[in-house]
Design a protein around this ligand. Structure first.
Ligand SMILES: *Cc1c(COP(=O)(O)O)cnc(C)c1O
Length: 334
C-alpha cells in the first residue's frame, strides 16, 4: 500500500539524515495529569520547542537542502499562515539563501514581524491563502524564485515525517498518535513513518470545526474548498488546494480518523497545557490535548503520543485565553 504513496519511510529516513544537526530532537515527556485522566500513559511530544517554534522547520529545512546550489541562489518563496514562513525564512538563511514570504491579512502581527526579523522579505496580500498563493505564482513566473509550498510537496511531507520516526524511537510501543491537521503535511508524514514502523498504531488527525478542509475533502472524496474563519487555531486555517497532489491521498490512506474541535475545547486544551504542563502552546498545538479533555477520542488505547505542534501565539491573546476567554473570535450572528 504505502509503496504507491508519494512519500515512503525511505524518503523520511533520507530526510532525517539530511536535516540531522539542523533541527532539534524534541523531548517526549509523560503527562501525569493526562495519564491519570485517560487511564493509559500519555506522552507529549514537545515539538513547540523546535527552533522557530514549530515542526515546520523540519519540512522547510529538508526542502531547502533538496535544492541545487543554483536554485538556492535564486531564493525561495512561499505563501504561509506564519509558521511555514518562519521556518522557511530560517532554513533559507541557514543555508545561504533568501526567502520571500507571501501571507494574507488574517495572519497575526507577531508572526509577520518575526518573519521579517528572520531575514525574509514579507509580502502581505489579500484576505485568504489563495490570494497569497496567486502572488507566489506571479513572483515565480516573473523572477524565477523557487516555490516551497507549506504542505503539498514530497520534501515537506518527508521532513515532517521525521517527527514520526522520533516518536516511535521515544515511545516504541505507541498505540495512538494524535496529530494536528490543516493541509495535512504533518499528518501525512507522521502517519507514513509511524505506520511503516508500527502498522497497528492508530494515527488520528485533529482540527478545528471552523474550516476543516481536509475532513470535508475526505468526506467528499476529492479536495474541496471550505470557508476560512478566524480561529484560535489560526495555524490550521487555509484549504488543502483543489489540485492537491500529495497530502490528500496520503491522509486518505493513512489516517484512521479526523476529529473536529470547537473553539472552547481548543481554549481548554491551551489552558491545560499551561496550568498543568507549564507549556505555552498556540491553539493549533493544543488540539490533541483538547480532544483528550473533551472525551472525543473513542476506544482509547495506550500509550498515546500527543504532538504539541507549535507555540507561536500572540502573548496578549494567550493571556486572555488563560484568563478564561473561550472564544476570542466569535462568529457573527446570522
Ligand atoms: C502548519 C501547522 C499545523 C498543520 O500542519 P499541516 O501540515 O498544514 O497539516 C499544525 N500546527 C501548527 C503549529 C502548524 O504551524
Amino acid at each position: 500500500m504505502s509503496a504507491s504513496l508519494p512519500v515512503t519511510i525511505d524518503d523520511i529516513e533520507v530526510a532525517a539524515r539530511r536535516i540531522s544537526g539542523r533541527v532539534l530532537t524534541t523531548p517526549l515527556v509523560v503527562s501525569a495529569s493526562l495519564t491519570e485522566l485517560c487511564g493509559v500513559p500519555v506522552g507529549l511530544k514537545l515539538e513547540h520547542h523546535q527552533t522557530t517554534g514549530s515542526f515546520k522547520l523540519r519540512g522547510a529545512t529538508n526542502a531547502v537542502l533538496s535544492l541545487s546550489a543554483g536554485e538556492r541562489a535564486l531564493g525561495v518563496i512561499a505563501a504561509s499562515t506564519g509558521n511555514h514562513g518562519r521556518a522557511l525564512a530560517h532554513a533559507a538563511k541557514a543555508e545561504g539563501s533568501v526567502a520571500t514570504i507571501c501571507m494574507s491579512q488574517l495572519v497575526p502581527v507577531n508572526k509577520v514581524s518575526e518573519i521579517r526579523r528572520l531575514g525574509a522579505h514579507v509580502r502581505i496580500i489579500g484576505r485568504s491563502q489563495n490570494e497569497a498563493q496567486d502572488e507566489v505564482e506571479r513572483l515565480v513566473a516573473s523572477r524565477g524564485l523557487v516555490m516551497v509550498p507549506p504542505f503539498d510537496h514530497p520534501a515537506i511531507v518527508a521532513g515532517q515525517g521525521t517527527l514520526g520516526v522520533e516518536i516511535v524511537a521515544q515511545m516504541p510501543d505507541v498505540a495512538m498518535v494524535l496529530v494536528p491537521v490543516s493541509g495535512g503535511g504533518l499528518a501525512a508524514g507522521v502517519a507514513a513513518a509511524v505506520k511503516a514502523r508500527r502498522p497497528a498504531t492508530r494515527v488520528i488527525g485533529l482540527t478545528m470545526e471552523r474550516g476543516a478542509a481536509m475532513k470535508a475533502s475526505l468526506a467528499a472524496g476529492q479536495p474541496v474548498l471550505v470557508q476560512e474563519k478566524p480561529s484560535l487555531a489560526d495555524s490550521l486555517g487555509g484549504g488543502i488546494g483543489l489540485d492537491n497532489r500529495v497530502t490528500f491521498r496520503m491522509c486518505r490512506e493513512l489516517l484512521d480518523d479526523i476529529i473536529l474541535l470547537t473553539e472552547a475545547e481548543i481554549a481548554a486544551g491551551m489552558r491545560h497545557a499551561y496550568a498543568e504542563e507549564r507549556e505555552v502552546v498556540e491553539g493549533a498545538g493544543a488540539v490533541g490535548i483538547a480532544a483528550l479533555l473533551a472525551g472525543k477520542i473513542k476506544d482509547i488505547e495506550g500509550p498515546i503520543a500527543v504532538i504539541l505542534s507549535g507555540r507561536n501565539i500572540d502573548m496578549d491573546l494567550h493571556l486572555r485565553v488563560m484568563n478564561g476567554e473561550m472564544d476570542p473570535f466569535p462568529e457573527e450572528a446570522p
